[in-house]
Design a binder for this molecule. Structure first.
Ligand code: HEC
Length: 96
């Protein structure tokens, strides 16, 4: 069954714009954007990123070892613990 979506409210969209979008734009969007996104996964929209943080593999990928297959950002440096915490916080937030 498809997971229930619980990210369509201002609490989450505001947290996202302030805390998550800058991380994605600095570290990920270069590869993950339309029209031909890496891994066929585009992070162009709020929905696509929110969905992936909550139900996909972003958090798992960014916490792999740098030299491990599938580490993200590919060819880049690991995100800071602060950035990972922001993404974890967003994952755990839900709409009232
Ligand atoms: C240099 C290009 C590049 C950058 C930068 C990059 N990625 Fe990727 N990403 C890829 C490629 C290529 C794949 C497909 C191969 C794979 O799955 O490892 C991929 C796959 C993924 C996947 C798996 C998609 C799936 O199948 O569900 C996730 C999640 C992901 N990236 C997240 C991120 C995040 C988050 C960032 C930023 C922190 C990032 N990527 C930065 C190139 C990149």
């Amino acid at each position: 069954m498809f997971p229930e979506l619980s990210y369509d409210c201002s609490q989450l969209t505001e947290y996202y714009s302030e805390n998550i979008q800058p991380i994605i734009e600095s570290n990920c969007i270069g590869c993950h954007q339309n029209p031909s996104p890496a891994g066929n996964v585009s992070f162009d929209s709020y929905e696509s990123v929110a969905m992936n943080i909550k139900y996909g593999s972003i958090l798992e990928r960014i916490q792999r070892e740098v030299n491990e297959t599938g580490f993200m950002p590919k060819y880049g440096s690991p995100l800071s613990q602060g950035d990972i915490l922001k993404i974890t916080t967003f994952r755990d937030m839900s709409c009232p």
